[in-house]
Design a protein around this ligand. Structure first.
Ligand code: ISE
Length: 331
């Protein structure tokens, strides 16, 4: 079976997903593209040889569309995911599932009402070979004590709200920590070091500390105007040793009394293989009627953690992450 995918939102990530779906992923084809900017929609539609749609909900309901990929702006995710659920179609939604917990809850309710999982949230680190190796290495290291994360971008849009560092960037660490450790967060604190003069008024960097249910602490150094490159690292310190996921570049270049390893410039390079595998798994799962990857419950927990984190940033206090009992469908 070829899974026919409608792509909603073809900015940086959506265009990349459309390209991968039509050129690299097997068993998939793109059948239609929507974007609020018709010119941008045409660029991707021409590249993958399909038509553009003027109405995203018409694209979702199109009989030629078996599954939907949503990569439009965050505020539109809830509406489109709900439309996919109403049409009974599998959907891969870029993170966040919805920017607020209420929106995530409405999606959970709709999916629970259907009685089957159709929603996958685009937490691609779960498909990164490095993160997978890190997770399997933990088995021999005894109980984890600390997870020490670094997440740096070259630069961010000027005037970006400080909260975006939490909801748009650190949200990946919130999900990765749960996936690595198999437990949920209970509280979050956000420290605000002196801001970089390159951050244009944004509180950047931030140092976030998340306490998990067992007492394991996650610290996240998030710095989106780091200038030198895109740098994601993660070390799990456990009772019998530690496991470190460092820069993925294998070659160390030594010259003129120095040794250097290349650093990627953005996440599409660093996580290229993760995105490819995420899409392949999703398409294979759709063909088999299985939901794979992060669920809407995982998306809900990530948004609940980010929401508590934004309050922690605004108030300077430690904030509890309040989670209801995991619904049956997601156990
Ligand atoms: C971006 O939106 C992403 O999702 C990237 O994975 C992340 O590393 C980056 O910080 C975000 O801005």
């Amino acid at each position: 079976m070829t899974v026919r995918v409608g792509v909603i939102g073809v900015g940086l990530m959506g265009a990349e997903h459309a390209r991968l779906l039509s050129r690299t992923v097997t068993g998939a084809e793109v059948t239609g593209v929507f974007d609020v900017d018709p010119d941008r929609a045409s660029v991707t539609a021409d590249l993958v040889g399909v038509q553009t749609y003027a109405d995203p909900v018409a694209l979702i309901n199109e009989p030629q569309v078996d599954a939907v990929l949503i990569a439009s702006v965050d505020a539109t995710h809830e509406e489109y995911v709900l439309a996919c659920l109403a049409a009974g179609k599998p959907v891969l939604c870029e993170k966040p599932l919805a920017p607020g917990v209420e929106g995530c809850r409405r999606i959970l309710e709709a999916e629970i009402g259907l009685g089957r999982r159709l929603v996958t949230v685009g937490f691609m680190r779960r498909f990164d070979p490095g993160y997978e190796a890190l997770r399997s290495d933990l088995a021999g290291l005894g109980p984890p004590l600390l997870v020490r994360c670094v997440h740096r971008n070259v630069g961010a849009r000027p005037g970006q709200p400080s909260s975006n560092l939490i909801s748009g960037s650190a949200v990946h660490e919130f999900d990765a920590a749960r996936w690595l450790l198999g437990e949920d967060p209970v509280r979050i604190t956000v420290h605000r070091p002196r801001a970089s003069s390159h951050a244009g008024g944004t509180r950047d960097p931030l140092l976030i500390v998340v306490e998990m249910a067992s007492g394991t602490l996650i610290d996240i150094d998030i710095f989106v105007n780091a200038r030198y490159g895109y740098d994601v690292r993660c070390e799990v310190v456990a009772e019998e040793g530690s496991a470190l996921l460092d820069s993925p570049h294998p070659v160390v270049r030594r010259t003129a009394a120095s040794a250097a390893r290349a650093v990627p410039v953005d996440w599409r390079h660093r996580f290229a293989e993760a995105y490819r595998r995420e899409l392949q798994e999703w398409v294979d799962g759709v063909a088999l009627g299985q939901a794979r990857g992060a669920s809407s419950w995982d998306g809900y927990v990530a948004t609940a953690t980010a929401t508590a984190g934004i309050r922690a940033l605004d108030t300077g206090r430690t904030i509890d992450v309040e989670l209801p009992t995991v619904p049956e469908l997601y156990r």
